[in-house]
Design a protein around this ligand. Structure first.
Ligand code: ZN
Length: 411
């Protein structure tokens, strides 16, 4: 049998080199055609290893079945194939540092970069591990190619060995997670699982059952446009009104850079337009429903207050739901969370649950009826050039996948 760690390294390096970045500005589904290169490869590999019902859906997800060897609930496992649009993901050159010596890691393509255990304490715990990084010019894409490699390696093992106990398992490899479009309306029915897990988390032992709740807001400001030479007493400049809104919103509190832990925020992400019309985009985050509501109310009040100073302008504030904290549903039935925690203990790990200051495909999936906590992969410093992962951490994640499958047959 191939060594698990070696298989994971081989898969991660190969998958990371494939550019599958998503694009929030693209209206298509999936958002970029290059994600399908990755998906077609997975279809071929899944078929070759004997997975059943292997399909590439027209919304760009790859689904497959690992037939069960015992009774139990149908368990889903997910990973996303897209990489983050926030940093260069073209021309990724993954490299493996064997038996990490505990010192600074430098980068061949950017000598100014350095990854040190002083700055990143978790790295200090990985002495002797095989560490995978990019070369300095790109992100690595362990988020979430690590999840893909973990699931593919665990799947290959189970399919090759019918004596490994598991109920019927469903695999899903989704596109466009990074741009919040990973869970198509058809996915829950197509997946057909009683509950599921994403492999899209960080440090070893993390089993995440809480995410932010999230709303998006668009503020549109229409001024009065007129030739500036004839504007006396008539022109209303939308740029000034937009600036006033930004200036009036909380800045010393309630922003991403001034909050931590369980605190939420209002974050202005985009501002575009001109003197006649301006558009502000904001995201609102909180762990609790009422906290989210209050922050939306603050934004609305600020818009109304600024609008009241200039009746000739029109200011609208549109707030739309994005995703919700998975805890609202999981707390009604903690079975999938407890199963993962017990399975982690089965392989000698102490499970930890820290609320995620973000969302996952599992947030939407949970809301849509398939409870879906998030599990560690080992990925660190994601979405930037210092992204890294330990192959030994990934091996523990693959073992967790097998342990959950085995324990599910006894539940
Ligand atoms: Zn991810």
């Amino acid at each position: 049998m191939t060594d698990l760690t070696e298989e994971l390294i081989e898969r991660l390096v190969r998958y990371c080199a494939i550019d599958s970045q998503s694009d929030a500005d693209s209206p298509s589904s999936p958002s970029t055609a290059i994600q399908l290169d990755m998906q077609r490869l997975l279809v071929d590999e899944l078929k070759a290893m004997g997975a059943q019902d292997v399909t590439l859906t027209d919304y760009g997800a790859v689904l497959a079945t690992i037939p069960g060897t015992a009774e139990g609930p149908v368990v889903g496992f997910l990973a996303h194939v897209d990489t983050a649009p926030q940093f260069n993901a073209t021309g990724v050159k993954p490299r493996v540092i064997r038996g990490y010596n505990g010192g600074a890691i430098t980068y061949p393509d950017d000598p100014s970069l350095s990854l040190t255990p002083d700055a990143f304490l978790y790295l200090g715990e990985k002495r002797g591990h095989d560490i995978v990084t990019a070369s300095g010019l790109t992100l690595l894409g362990a988020d979430d190619k690590a999840g893909v490699a973990i699931l593919m390696s665990a799947a290959r093992r189970m399919l090759a060995d019918p004596s490994i106990p598991r109920p019927t398992l469903r695999l899903a490899f989704t596109p466009d997670e990074e741009i919040g479009r990973g869970v198509d309306a058809r996915l829950p029915a197509d997946l057909g699982a009683d509950f599921a897990y994403t492999f899209d988390g960080g440090r070893v032992g993390e089993i995440e059952d809480e995410t932010f709740s999230a709303d998006g807001a668009v503020v549109t400001i229409r001024g009065v446009s007129i030739h500036p030479g004839y504007a006396t007493g008539k022109l209303v400049n939308a740029i000034h009104l937009a600036a006033r809104i930004i200036e009036t919103l909380p800045q010393a509190t309630m922003t991403p850079e001034t909050t931590a832990g369980r605190e939420g925020f209002i974050h202005a992400t985009d501002m575009e337009g001109g003197a006649s019309e301006m558009r502000l985009k904001l995201i609102i985050r909180d762990f609790e429903r009422d906290g989210l509501e209050q922050k939306g109310a603050i934004l609305r009040k600020v818009c109304e207050a600024v609008a009241a100073t200039e009746p000739r302008a029109s200011i609208t504030c549109e707030i739309t739901p994005q995703y919700r904290n998975m805890r609202y549903w999981l707390e009604d039935d903690m079975t999938p969370v407890e199963l993962a925690r017990e399975s982690a203990r089965d392989i000698g790990l102490e499970p930890v649950s820290i609320p995620i200051r973000g969302g996952t495909d599992g947030s939407r999936l949970t809301e849509m009826g398939i409870p879906c906590p998030n599990l560690f992969t080992g990925m660190q410093n994601i979405h930037g050039p210092l992204e890294w992962i330990s192959a030994q951490d990934m091996a523990l994640a693959a073992q967790l996948c097998l342990a959950i499958s085995a324990r599910a047959t006894r539940s």
